[in-house]
Design a protein around this ligand. Structure first.
Ligand SMILES: C[S@@+](CC[C@H](N)C(=O)[O-])C[C@H]1O[C@@H](n2cnc3c(N)ncnc32)[C@H](O)[C@@H]1O
Length: 244
């Protein structure tokens, strides 16, 4: 059965439960900025929860109505708004705007990336910071055999039992889009769910250009959540930006 992961908070949480390495990074920058925070593509509140618990005034924006409902129900002190990062208007400015965990890579064409950055500009306070977190395209991943399935993770569903998640992918070089499929295999070796999604691969020079053309100053470029500067071995592109 085809599924849409971003309409399924339980499955999404099971698949992202182990992702915790970015939390101290966002808590650090929240403390640095002190003011109110906007998270673009806030999901089910994975990052919202620690920020709200630490006492920050938090707003999350997401395109999934199910995720927004789930967050509103579970994180009463946060403000969760349904909206599209490509064009949003909240009538409010923020001191810290973040777009964590590769969410920006869901924008597949440059026009959408630029309109998202434009909306972010409009909502950033004069001295505010904007942080974007995306991975670096990895040839080992992009040029995998499209016929082969690679093990991604295992999860234990509360009612359905254990699933092994396999991944297949096909990279479109021209469009720089990786077409990815996750196959959820149960203990009887049946594929129960299939989840297709696309991710735009963005190389550092492109991200630099997009930010600069969209009116941002790149204050710092980190290569990991420990705050190491970006270098040839960095797994991530973490941009700390301000308004021009
Ligand atoms: C990888 S998840 C990240 C969620 C959360 N930030 C986290 O770190 O767990 C990507 C999120 O992007 C959201 N999303 C995708 N396209 C979007 C768009 N155009 N506008 C707003 N949210 C979008 C999805 O609904 C999903 O919640």
């Amino acid at each position: 059965m085809k599924i849409e992961m971003y309409s399924n908070p339980i499955l999404y949480n099971l698949c992202t439960n182990n992702k915790k390495d970015d939390i101290p990074f966002y808590l650090y920058w929240a403390n640095h900025c002190k003011g109110n925070i906007l998270e673009i593509a806030s999901g089910t509140g994975r990052i919202a929860e620690p920020l709200i618990s630490a006492g920050y005034k938090y707003t999350g924006l997401d395109l999934s109505k199910k995720f927004i409902k789930f967050s509103q129900k579970n994180l009463l002190k946060g403000d969760f708004i349904y909206g599209d990062m490509r064009n949003f208007s909240l009538d409010q400015e923020f001191d810290l705007i973040i777009i964590p965990f590769n969410s920006f890579l869901h924008l597949l064409i440059e026009k959408d990336m630029k309109s998202c950055l434009k909306s972010i500009q409009k909502h950033l306070s004069v001295n505010g910071l904007f942080i974007i977190d995306i991975f670096i395209p990895d040839p080992e991943f992009l040029y995998r055999n499209p016929q082969k399935k690679y093990k991604e993770m295992t999860i234990t569903h509360p009612t359905e039992g254990k699933y092994t998640i396999w991944q297949t992918s096909q990279f479109d070089e021209l469009k720089e889009i990786n077409h990815i499929c996750w196959l959820f295999e149960n203990e009887g070796n049946d594929i129960i769910y299939e989840y297709d999604f696309d991710m735009r691969m963005i190389y550092p020079d492109t991200m630099d250009r997009l930010l600069i053309e969209s009116g941002f100053i790149i204050n710092e470029k980190k290569g990991d959540y420990n705050g190491d500067s970006f270098n040839e071995e960095s797994p991530l592109q973490l941009y700390i930006c301000s308004k021009k």
